[in-house]
Design a protein around this ligand. Structure first.
Ligand code: G3P
Length: 218
């Protein structure tokens, strides 16, 4: 499973990129707004740190505007992935950009039918929002299972399921069990995957016993 981080905080991204575990980055207009920076500046900085796909979302809602903005975003760096909302205009723009060889990420996906349309539009990635479905009492992970199963029926489909709106490590594990290609994680969720009290306790025990040997490895 590929791990992307879902933030526009370049300090967090640089720290996590240094772990060697980061395969890409996703942003959205809310995350860019939170950064307080111009999108071109922050996306350029992210693309210089993370060689994998970096999603930058258009703000236009019409086809022509999306294409215009996509070209601005795509010109920033070769690894920019243009993020498009799952609307008729967004899917039409996805088809155009995919045919031009531009990586695309169709976002705000909340149903298997929408995911089928994203695949037919040739999206590189489709982003089903698990957490926001859970938030309203729907089963977000059931949607992931549906999409993965449906895509598996059509090997010619090249769209990767990019699990988004992740709320915790259990979402990551469940998505991996289902065979989702990518999960995009808030930094805190990515860090939480490291943590287990028995790891901490076990390491403390090893170090305490090692100290008693008086040895050094040199
Ligand atoms: O990239 C999509 C993701 O940022 C949405 O997450 O927590 O706002 O539902 P959330």
């Amino acid at each position: 499973m590929k791990f992307f981080v879902d933030t526009a905080d370049t300090k967090e991204i640089a720290e996590l990129a240094a772990t060697g575990l980061l395969d890409g980055v996703t942003t959205n207009p809310s995350l860019i707004a939170k950064s307080g920076r111009r999108i071109q500046e922050v996306i350029a900085e992210i693309c210089a740190v993370v060689p994998g796909p970096v999603s930058a979302e258009v703000a236009a809602t019409d086809y022509d505007g999306m294409i215009r903005e996509a070209r601005v975003l795509r010109a920033i760096a070769h690894n920019v992935t243009v993020k498009l909302p799952l609307t008729p205009a967004g899917l039409r723009a996805c088809r155009t950009l995919t045919d031009e060889g531009v990586m695309t990420n169709v976002t705000l996906c909340f149903s298997a039918g929408q995911a089928l349309l994203a695949a037919k539009a040739g999206a590189t990635f489709v982003s089903p929002f698990v957490g926001r479905l859970d938030d309203i009492g729907h089963d977000g992970m059931a949607l992931i299972g549906d999409i993965v199963a449906i895509y598996r029926n059509y090997p010619a489909l090249r769209t990767e399921v990019l699990v988004a709106s992740v709320r915790g490590p259990l979402h990551v594990i469940a998505a991996a069990r289902l065979g989702a290609h990518v999960a995009t994680l808030p930094p805190a969720v990515l860090r939480s995957l490291y943590q287990h009290p028995l790891t901490d306790k076990g390491l403390a025990g090893f170090l305490a016993d090692w100290a008693k040997t008086g040895q050094t490895i040199a």
